[in-house]
Design a protein around this ligand. Structure first.
Ligand SMILES: *[C@@H]1O[C@H](CO)[C@@H](O)[C@H](O)[C@H]1NC(C)=O
Ligand SMILES: *[C@@H]1O[C@H](CO)[C@@H](O)[C@H](O)[C@H]1NC(C)=O
Length: 776
């Protein structure tokens, strides 16, 4: 997003600037968006009567609008309708990991100089803690509502990004919850619930949006960019992987919006594909909300992809496909001509508006004064509160992953490590820690400041910036390491290496960073700790294999409190418990997988190694789900089913031996009763309290099914040293133990499924079809 905003026609900018004018005031309560009780115009308008059913109000409003007025409501910068007492509205705000200023709907300054800036999503995903994800959403939406009340933000947030982190080079992988569809789906549902409040009576605290639907995970690689990319995706991969987080977001998160992407899928731009929009999101998943385009993607499918001959056809195709709102001016400019040429009907336009206006009503925007509403009391004092900032620190603690700990080298001790050399281009950074789609943070604690709370520090940047183009400063860094009791190197990437519209070209540390690490580790008097800041994985085999590098931590982009969290983990105030949400491939992997190949499954005949831990079986630097602790955990199955009878529904002839050996279709199964409770005893066998994320994988019966291993559930526990706790992981048979065949049909294989619990434990469950109903 964002790249195309400057192309907006000047008329839009005028409207936009006009609406900015009241934002510059300090703590001025927002004027009502519509239905202002002080405005004589609105008296007697049925759509303002909050006691009427919402669909009646929406119908009443649409019935009053002229075609021209309707068309000016089809875009993010929606025009006001003064004769009906309705103000303009900017739909585009963002809140990926804190209220952001990426969209034009949100402005910092005045009474709202900043907002709590949580770790980037890839870091938060590493916590494998569902309640944390929801809690962050709750805090972010408190701050968003407060800023809306103060006239500085919207109520419609185009977050989260739940695309699968398919390729390690993707510049936006940092924004996502990683490479696993079940993990991404659970993240989506929890974060969305937190943001939206999903309150009584269909009410919304803010409206979230799952994006970018679908199979969008390439920005700009080797001359191919997202505006021109046609993702060739099999039915199997779409159902099995790419669509899974979106489906969970709609069905479980009850999200109020989905955004279609820039790219094409199998030759059709996603925003113009009725099968993807109307039939799937609305038809099968029953979205209660609106579908929005990525910014200017309707223009892109006409101008860049030449998908239609005329702009009117582009407008008509997208609206008919199920698009309700255009981020960009295209629909406002071209829809009227499309209607007058008969390419799209006014009824289609009405349907689109019904979807957007209903969301605005659910947000309370047609209920008069914001201050009189449910969240009307939230104001500047509810932003950047100590509690909110504490949660940002807590999230960073929970997301840090310990990748290596020789000796062990960590934790350091304040008694023995009184002087610490803090080295590296990311050792004293602020904005780097919040990644992209961020806002203005409340404040920062850099790694240097964090470590300074525990020890005397000697600071050397080592390189100028992460590009690290020369080694001139290395001598001073080595000298610092020689004098100190321990050395912490904070290395890695930033937005100059991985970002929107910037995919990586390699997986190694940039420039001379490796050389700096090796030289400093060699010179270091005490243990050397390597801290990696990045969204995507880094091939750090050199450090993994260097006996002088004592420990490696991956911190992602850890947010405003990142430096404090890093220091707490290094000095053992916090025991790390994060796990990698994506595979760390070796650099050599890249030569075998063009970023443009969407296939997830390996194809040995073509030398294609496959993607993600589910299908790629080659060497890795660190695997998905990997992460160490300062203590040790063991597992035992306490209670779990060994046989499951799968009840079938309405099948008649479908249940013969052939169909059973292919697996029972999920649509032929009574799924409601099919959640298995797997109870596992987890014990902390070490000497330190710690948190443990218990990951449960499953593999289908051996034979015709590819020997896939799939994450099916996870649960995080806190355990004091020496203590034990029974953990229940719920496994949904239809969602998690099914496999998808090559036609995109989800089936439950009969026979023996194996659950893999942690690294060491296996448990078998035998599945058979319950044919009782058929026989009777
Ligand atoms: C089994 O059922 C399927 C689906 O109804 C049908 O196409 C197939 O011919 C049947 N096979 C046998 C062996 O009865
Ligand atoms: C998950 O996160 C929440 C919110 O920060 C926290 O209260 C809880 O202790 C975490 N769970 C575990 C097991 O660490």
């Amino acid at each position: 997003m964002a790249n195309y905003y400057h192309d907006f026609s000047s008329i839009f900018l005028v409207v936009f600037l006009f609406s900015v004018s009241f934002w510059s005031n300090d703590v001025v309560a927002r004027q009502p968006f519509a239905c202002d009780p002080k405005n004589g115009v609105t008296r007697g308008l049925r759509f303002c009567k909050a006691t009427l059913p919402m669909h009646v109000r929406v119908g009443d409003l649409i019935g009053r609008l002229t075609l021209q007025e309707k068309i000016r409501l089809l875009v993010n910068n929606a025009a006001g309708v003064p004769r009906l007492g309705i103000q303009g509205y900017e739909w585009w705000s963002e809140a990926l990991h804190g209220v952001s200023n990426v969209g034009p709907g949100t402005k910092f300054g005045g009474a709202f100089p900043g907002a709590t800036s949580f770790p980037q999503v890839i870091t938060t995903a590493a916590s494998f803690n569902e309640s944390l994800w929801e809690e962050i959403g709750r805090v972010v939406s408190d701050e968003a509502r407060a800023m809306y009340n103060g006239g500085q933000a919207g109520l419609t947030y185009w977050s989260p990004n739940v695309n699968i982190f398919r390729d390690p080079r993707w510049g936006r992988g940092q924004e996502t919850p990683g490479e696993d569809p079940i993990l991404a789906g659970k993240y989506a549902a929890n974060y969305v619930r937190g943001l939206q409040g999903n309150g009584a009576g269909n009410r919304l605290k803010v409206a979230a949006c799952c994006k970018h639907y679908t199979a969008y995970d390439l920005d700009n690689w080797n001359g191919v960019d997202r505006f021109h990319f046609n993702a060739r995706v099999s039915k199997q991969d779409l159902e099995d992987t790419y669509n899974v987080p979106f489906k969970a977001c709609v069905l479980e998160g009850k999200v109020a919006s989905v955004m279609c992407s820039y790219n094409q899928v199998n030759g059709i731009p996603t925003c113009a594909d009725p099968n993807l929009l109307k039939n799937t999101i609305r038809g099968q998943w029953h979205l209660n909300g609106y579908i929005v385009s990525d910014c200017d993607s309707v223009g892109v499918l006409y101008d860049s992809q030449h998908y239609t001959k005329t702009p009117e056809e582009a407008a008509a195709d997208t609206i008919k496909a199920g698009l309700d709102l255009d981020c960009g001016p295209f629909l406002a400019v071209h829809t009227e001509a499309a209607v007058s040429r008969g390419l799209v009907s006014e009824i289609d336009v009405n349907n689109a508006l019904a979807n957007t206006i209903t969301v605005q009503m659910r947000l309370g925007m047609f209920d008069g004064e914001p201050s009189a509403q449910l969240f009307g009391n939230l104001g500047p004092e509810n932003v950047c509160t100590p509690t909110h900032q504490q949660l940002a620190l807590e999230a960073a603690h929970q997301g840090i992953v310990l990748l290596q700990n020789r000796g062990p080298s960590l934790p350091l001790s304040t008694r023995r490590h009184r002087t610490v050399a803090v080295i590296g281009p990311n050792s004293d950074v602020t904005e780097t820690m919040i990644g992209n789609y961020a806002g203005v943070a409340c404040g920062y604690t850099t790694p240097l400041q964090g470590i300074g709370r525990y020890a005397r520090t000697i600071h050397q940047a080592g390189c100028t910036g992460v590009a690290c183009n020369d080694n001139q400063l290395f001598g001073a860094a080595e000298a610092a390491a020689r004098q100190a009791d321990a050395t912490v190197l904070v290395m890695g990437l930033d937005q100059s290496i991985e970002a929107e519209f910037r995919d990586r070209t390699g997986l190694l540390l940039p420039g001379h960073q490796q050389e700096l690490v090796s030289r400093v580790a060699k010179a270091s008097r005490g243990p050397t700790i390597l801290v990696l800041m990045s969204g995507g994985p880094i091939d750090v085999s050199f450090a993994k294999n260097d006996p002088r590098v004592g420990a490696i931590l991956w911190v992602g982009y850890p947010g405003q409190a990142g430096g404090a969290a890093i220091a707490d983990v290094i000095f053992g105030t916090k025991n790390p418990g994060g796990k990698l949400p994506m595979t760390w491939y070796p650099q050599s992997y890249l030569a075998k997988v063009p970023m443009t190949s969407m296939g997830l499954r390996s194809d040995p005949t073509k030398g294609y190694p496959g993607r993600t831990y589910r299908f790629y079986k080659g060497p890795v630097v660190f695997p998905f789900g990997y992460g160490l602790s300062y203590t040790r955990f063991s597992h035992k199955v306490a209670q779990a089913p060994t046989r499951v009878s799968v009840p079938l529904v309405n099948l008649g002839a479908a249940a013969n031996s052939t169909t059973l050996s292919n697996g029972v279709r999920v649509t032929h199964t009574d799924c409601n009763s099919l959640t298995l409770g797997v109870h596992i005893d987890v014990e902390n066998n070490g000497h330190m309290d710690g948190t443990h994320s218990l990951l449960v994988f499953s593999s289908p019966p051996i034979g015709k099914w590819a020997a896939e291993k799939q994450l099916v559930g996870f649960q995080k526990v806190n355990l004091a040293a020496g203590s034990r706790q029974r953990v229940r992981v719920g496994v949904h048979v239809c969602n998690h133990l099914s496999i998808v065949d090559q036609f995109g049909i989800r089936r439950i294989p009969m026979g023996q499924h194996t659950l893999h619990i942690g690294d060491d434990l296996k448990h078998s469950i035998s599945f058979e079809a319950d044919l009782g109903e058929i026989k009777s």
